[in-house]
Design a binder for this molecule. Structure first.
Ligand SMILES: CCCCCCCCCCCCCCCC(=O)SCCNC(=O)CCNC(=O)[C@H](O)C(C)(C)COP(=O)(O)OP(=O)(O)OC[C@H]1O[C@@H](n2cnc3c(N)ncnc32)[C@H](O)[C@@H]1OP(=O)(O)O
Length: 194
């Protein structure tokens, strides 16, 4: 029987992540991987509009302002929205590894409530890599990079190829993405061998 471990602790044989030589420079704004993405897309009216920058090593920082549309309880951010922000921030680490990866597992700690209008400062880094499996962690702080921790998460991302999206996405969006030269350029920036 094939028993899948759900642990987010890197297994024996996992290695330290390697920053790709062509990764964006520390401080560089990464931009959106897809303009309709709920997490980072500029053209997505309902989205978080996360602004993410490359950090040192295999790390990123990001910022997002909690809006009224992100509420769960009155005046407070919805936990799922906060989890999405952490997920998106860790997803951006693919820019530094130059691999496309999707979330397989995400475990979130909600440490304190986050009011509407809060600027949430996120940071994420890759802890270890084993084959296609990328183990990452992220933290979100209130009001500034040294502010109190509100949320944190560990995640396992799994490396995929562009074909993953072509095979699974709705054809109308996939065809639009494939005929958009900017989108194709982004896919290439993620992949070592497009
Ligand atoms: C034209 C368009 C261009 C687009 C260019 C844009 C590019 C930029 C996109 C970036 C996007 C980021 C956006 C934010 C991050 C999301 O939100 S991503 C969206 C949410 N995630 C998903 O939709 C993923 C859905 N799941 C799947 O598709 C499949 O389960 C997966 C994750 C691809 C894995 O399937 P698979 O490739 O068949 O892999 P599989 O052989 O089952 O497992 C491989 C290994 O991972 C382990 N594993 C797999 N799943 C799990 C799990 N859930 N828990 C624990 N272990 C697991 C397995 O045990 C196995 O381990 P080993 O045996 O090797 O030790």
């Amino acid at each position: 029987m094939n028993v899948r471990t759900t642990s987010l602790t890197p297994p024996a044989g996992a290695i330290a992540p390697v920053r790709h030589p062509d990764a964006p420079a520390p401080g560089e704004l990464l931009g959106a991987h897809y303009d309709q993405c709920f997490g980072c897309g500029e053209a997505q009216p309902h989205g978080l509009h996360l602004a993410t920058r490359a950090g040192e090593g295999v790390s990123v920082t990001a910022r997002f302002t909690v809006k009224a549309a992100h509420q769960g309880a009155p005046g407070l951010a919805h936990g799922g929205v906060l989890a999405a922000a952490l997920d998106e921030t860790m997803g951006a680490l693919g820019w530094l590894l130059r691999v496309i990866a999707v979330t397989g597992r995400l475990e979130t700690d909600f440490v304190r409530p986050v009011p509407v209008d809060t600027d949430l400062y996120l940071d994420a880094h890759v802890v270890a890599v084993r084959g296609r499996k990328i183990y990452s962690t992220a933290t979100g702080r209130i009001g500034g990079p040294d502010g109190p921790v509100a949320v944190r998460a560990d995640a396992l991302f799994i490396e995929v190829k562009v074909d993953h999206f072509i095979a699974n996405g709705r054809p109308e969006e996939i065809n639009a993405a494939l005929s958009d030269p900017d989108q194709v350029k982004v896919a290439r920036a993620f992949e070592v061998n497009p």
